[in-house]
Design a protein around this ligand. Structure first.
Ligand code: GAP
Length: 441
């Protein structure tokens, strides 16, 4: 029986997930031995595996299973003229206020004229604060060597539009997809990995004939909503929400967010924006290079419009963890279980010899080597089998394979399922095909 899978409003679920992340090695405060650095995190062994699975699940749906999307991996540091043209230098800002009493800084649009830290209403006037991290390229720190860490991966796809279109012989509608780190000097990072200064973006720029952009935006909203359901988040914890005009980014004509019901309420998981030809037009103007598509069928030249589903991988990880966390009871014993989708879980299989004795470890390692070819596996031979099952449940491993003394005689093993705890005995020779089928691979 599930006893705590719903948002509690008192942050019980949030605290439980944050605690699990630290205790089991999903997420560590960055450089913890030096006291960390505010709202910056390192992804531990389990977090690194899970993030990789999230990227792969996105890649599978957005690139591999389509014939109209090609990938790109653009540089993080680029010519600063890109950010001038894109409008980020002038308008990628948040309104910042200082509390004159306690000196804390806040985003003016996130507080109610009162300092959340000390309650003072003695706040400065709001002023725009640019979110881009500035650095210098080369040994001399002067104006001509200023560069920026990218705040979105999208611009790499816009400035390469013609390169990609020509080399892949594409024409609209087609998309360019990219996954990579992005950096924003957020004024108020927080809620664990929900808002951090360094995070991972998974972005698609989908180039379409101008008149078709509203239709494609609707299409991508449905596609992206169903991606989260496909990978394990219940539909009732997700919704689509259209931006009010005053919320829109400087480049967007219309944006709809996929939102998740976080413990503190609905929050954005990704935005699906109609960027029109804003970016291509700006880069065409600033670079002096034509970025128009030439339609051979009609003899027409035009700047494609862009529909952009932009998702945060690190934020998605948090939503997948919150949606999967449950506490239930098995045989009168309380257990924590992460009901993660098998392809999102850090490990798909754990191989567990019933005892640490040498007699079993030879066969157990043979089993491990067989399944390792297909899945991420953990090998664990310490403590009682019950405790080892609990440990795997807590990190979401969908299948445990137990090798016991009978296995030495009959070359059979026991497969235990995380969600039902049901156990099936089967020949080692059938194990790989059994697991591949169960995991839907
Ligand atoms: N290229 C468009 C773009 O970057 P965005 O709405 O600013 O759009 C896309 O960001 C997604 O990136 C968000 O929906 C969110 O999931 C994630 N994201 C944005 N800022 C973030 C931050 N500071 N920390 C973690 N994730 C963030």
């Amino acid at each position: 029986m599930a006893i705590s899978s719903e948002p509690t409003g008192d942050f019980g679920l949030f605290d439980a997930v944050v605690n699990l992340c630290k205790r089991r090695g999903f997420v560590f405060p960055s450089a913890e031995i030096y006291g960390g650095i505010r709202s910056t995190y390192d992804y531990g062994p389990l977090g690194a595996l899970m993030l990789r699975n999230i990227r792969e699940a996105w890649w599978r749906a957005m690139v591999q299973e389509r014939d109209d999307v090609v990938p790109l991996d653009a540089a993080i540091l680029t010519n600063p003229k890109v950010w001038e043209a894109s409008g980020h230098l002038a308008t990628f800002t948040d309104p910042l206020v200082d509390c004159r009493n306690c000196k804390e800084r806040w985003r003016a649009d996130q507080i109610d004229a009162t300092c959340p830290n000390c309650g003072s209403t003695d706040l400065t006037e709001a002023r725009p604060f640019n979110l881009m991290f500035k650095t210098f390229v080369g040994p001399v720190e002067e104006d001509s060597s200023v560069a920026y860490l990218r705040p979105e991966t999208a611009q790499g796809m816009f400035v390469n539009y013609v390169n990609v279109e020509t080399t892949t012989r594409r024409k609209p509608p087609f998309g360019i997809a990219q996954i990579g780190r992005a950096f924003r000097n957020e004024i108020t990072p927080g809620n664990f990995v929900f808002r951090t200064r360094e995070f991972e973006l998974m972005e698609l720029e989908f180039f379409v004939p101008p008149a078709d952009s509203p239709r494609w935006q609707q299409y991508w909203c449905q596609e992206r909503l169903s991606w989260y359901v496909r990978y394990g988040i219940a539909g009732e914890k997700l919704r689509l929400r259209s931006h009010d005009p005053e919320e829109l980014s400087h480049y967007s004509l219309a944006t709809t967010d996929v939102e998740f019901l976080f413990p503190w309420g609905w929050g954005e998981l990704e935005g699906i924006a109609n960027r029109t030809d804003f970016d291509l037009r700006a880069h065409q103007k600033h670079s002096g290079t034509s970025l128009e598509h030439f339609d051979q069928a009609t003899g027409e030249r035009y700047l494609p419009h862009v529909v952009e589903p932009a998702a945060g991988a690190t934020r998605a990880m948090m939503a997948f963890l919150l949606a999967a966390y449950e506490e239930d009871e098995i045989g009168g014993e309380r257990r924590v279980v992460l009901r993660l989708h098998p392809l999102i879980a850090p490990y798909q299989v754990a191989v567990l010899p019933l005892s640490k004795k040498d007699a079993l470890s030879g066969l157990a390692r043979e089993v491990l080597h067989r399944v390792q070819r297909h899945f991420m596996c953990e090998y664990d031979e310490t403590q009682s089998i019950g405790r080892r099952y609990r440990r795997q449940d807590e990190i979401g491993t969908p299948y445990c394979v137990t090798v016991d003394f009978e296995s030495l005689e009959d070359r059979q093993v026991t497969v235990r399922e995380r969600d039902t705890t049901a156990q099936t005995r089967l020949p080692i020779d059938d194990l790989e095909s059994h697991l591949l089928e169960r995991l839907g691979i």
